[in-house]
Structures are given as structure tokens and as C-alpha cells.
Design a protein around this ligand. Sequence first.
Ligand SMILES: Cc1cc2nc3c(=O)[nH]c(=O)nc-3n(C[C@H](O)[C@H](O)[C@H](O)COP(=O)(O)OP(=O)(O)OC[C@H]3O[C@@H](n4cnc5c(N)ncnc54)[C@H](O)[C@@H]3O)c2cc1C
Length: 385
Amino acid sequence: MTDSAQADEALVEGVRRFVEREILGKVQALESSETYPSHLIAALAEMGLFGAAVPAEYGGLAINVPTYARVMEELAYGWTALNCYLNSHFSASSIIARYGTDAQKARYLPRMAKGELRVAIALTEPAGGSDLQAIRTRATRSDDGQWHLKGNKIYITNGGSSGAVVVLTRTGEGKKGFSLFMVEKGLPGFSVGGRAKTIAHRQVDVTELIFDSVQLSDNELLGGVAGDGLQQMLDAIETGRIAMGATAVGLARSALKSALDYAAQRETFGQPIGQHQAIQGLLADMGSKTLAARALVQEAAQVKARGGRADMVAGMAKLFAGEVCAEVALNCVRIHGGSGYVSDFPAERYYREAPYFVLVEGSNEIQKTIIARRLLSGDGQAVGL
Ligand SMILES: Cc1cc2nc3c(=O)[nH]c(=O)nc-3n(C[C@H](O)[C@H](O)[C@H](O)COP(=O)(O)OP(=O)(O)OC[C@H]3O[C@@H](n4cnc5c(N)ncnc54)[C@H](O)[C@@H]3O)c2cc1C
């Protein structure tokens, strides 16, 4: 095994041990308390995970996409809220590492690697979530070369707790009319609006962000040139979707484990329910589909790591793993009977968390559109389809 493969294994193993020690057995209490888990965020920083996409020269781990997917799966096996603290930060740091100017990398990446500066991603607006062409936030350049950012973003994960946000904004028209700005908190005109009350992950702040003529310069325009924002973001979103798929696999694994435990100890008609053929059928489907989802996520991660366009496979990974997760979570409730519907058991938590993977990072309907378009244009051949 190479040194870097050994480092990857050690990282995944370290995350697995962290989950065993700090999350399993405590997650129900953590979830019901609805308090911000600062100690867990500090632990994620301690493991270097906020630097997962940051090159070593800026103090990061620069792990490859398959390893990142494995890390996300292990965290989600414990509690998917943890993944919500990491995923947009990973996307933001990978955008800066790949497209940022040298000055931007030096300014942001060392603090991001340590988790001192945590960064959110703001795309969605009241007028556009799936339809990013419809966004109305706009940065206008004045004669003195300053940019003025105006608009509202909604449903922004870590919108309140992050120190900065990568904002997708209009700077022109058409597909080349988008740019990304790094907007740090504390700038005049930048404020955090209302916090959404979500079905699950209540410990993660999902907020509105308001930009009221926030003054920025080319120093905050990622890459230093306007017009490439959509392409920069879509590149990062491919990894984000693979990571969402991996997170869905972790949750499905956890739901399967709970279902197996319950099926072994709950007795009806004189035997454990795991001996009833109907329950066995559910368990067999849950295990098979979870493993298939993991294989697809890892396949997509390998394609993304090789470079080039990966939207089709990233979409497949997110779509399939998200749908499997939703099905497995429902079947976990089913196997628990009435106990699946009450908060004494984790089944109801899985059921509340699972829809996240159907909706966010591009809804699954949007993934189907992307996948079909790529298949129709012959891209399936690249992965042997
Ligand atoms: C908890 C949470 C956290 C989030 N975090 C972030 C974040 O950090 N940053 C961020 O920018 N956004 C974030 N979002 C927003 C999220 O990405 C969007 O909600 C999502 O992309 C869907 O967009 P929408 O809500 O506008 O739905 P819409 O686009 O209005 O879609 C509504 C329905 O129509 C379907 N639909 C839309 N267009 C089509 C089409 N062409 N074909 C078929 N079906 C279609 C959708 O699949 C969906 O079922 C978050 C959302 C939530 C709930």
C-alpha cells in the first residue's frame, strides 16, 4: 500500500472510531436536545476534516474523492447532521483551491483548513432552487471598479454559523453571466435573516442571507474574472452530489443495523420477527440496495477523481443512494412496528432525515433530467453503458 493509501485508510479508521466513541449511543440525546454541538464541530476540525479539500501547502489533507465519500459514509452512519457541517465547506474550499487566485488561496485556505473560517454555499433564492438561471441576486460593477451585491438567498446550510459564504450571483446574462464571490461576515449590508425550522437536523442552522448593496472588489471575485461562476459551482457540485450519496448510504446502513437488531429481539407468534419471511424479504432488499448504492457512489467517486465531466455518474450516485436511503428508512420504521413511530427508537429519526437526500444538492428529479440528457448524448459509453 502506498503512503497516501495508508493515510487514507488511517483517516477513515479514525473517523470510524470517532463515531463509535462520540456518536453511537449518544446521538438520540444529541438530536433531541436541539443544541448546537460545538464540541463535535471542534472534533471534526481536530481530525482535519475542514481541510479535506485544501491542498497540503495550505495546511489541508487534500484527500481524493473516493476517500471523501468513505469519510462521509462513516460520519453519516453516526449522525447525518455532522455531514451538513462539512459538505458545503468542502465544496467552497475545493472551488477556491481549484479556481481561486494565488492571493485568494493564501487569504482563505489556511483558515478554512483549520476550521477557523467555516464557509457556506449560497445558490438558492426564493425565485430559483432547481432553476439557477432564474436567480435574481446581482453584483454590479461601478466605475471605480467596486462591485455592489444585492439580493436574498434562502435555505442556506450554516448560513448563521459560518464566517463567510460563497455566493452565486448574476454579473451578466446567459450561462456566462454568473460569478462567485466570497463574502465574509461583518461587511456592511450583509445580514443573516430567518432560520428555517426543519424536519430533522435542527442543530444545523439553515437560514436566509440578505445582501443589501454589499461592497466587494475583484479580490473577492473567485478567480478574479467575472463570468465563470456557474461552471466553477457545477464542478464542485458533482463532488457534493457524490458526498450526498455517500451520506445517504451511511444513513441507510445505520437504519439497516437498527432493523436487524430489532428483528432479532422482538418476538411475535412465538419467534423473533426476523424469522418471518415477510421481514426477511425487507431486510434482504435493504442490505442489497444499500451495498449497491455504496458501489455506485464509489464508482462515481472514481470517475470524478480521474478528472473530466462527471455530472452523469454523480447524478446517478445521488439519485440511487438517495432513493435507497428513503426506502430503507421507511422499511426500518415498518420493521419496528409502532415503535418505529416514536422517538424512543432511532427509526423515526432516520425517517425524518432521509428526505434530505431526495431534495438537496439538486433534487432527484433534476438528477434524472441530467442523467437522461447525458445518456442520450452518448456519455454512457465512458462508463461502459
Ligand atoms: C435543509 C436544506 C438545506 C439546504 N441547504 C442549501 C445550501 O446550503 N445552499 C443552497 O444554495 N441551497 C440549499 N438548499 C436548497 C435546496 O438545494 C433546494 O431546495 C433544492 O435545490 C430544490 O429547489 P427548490 O426548493 O427551489 O425547489 P423547486 O426548484 O421549486 O422544485 C420543486 C419541485 O419541482 C421539481 N422540479 C423542478 N424543476 C423540475 C424539472 N425541470 N423537471 C422535473 N421536476 C422539476 C423538483 O424536483 C421538486 O420536486 C437547502 C434546502 C434545504 C431544505
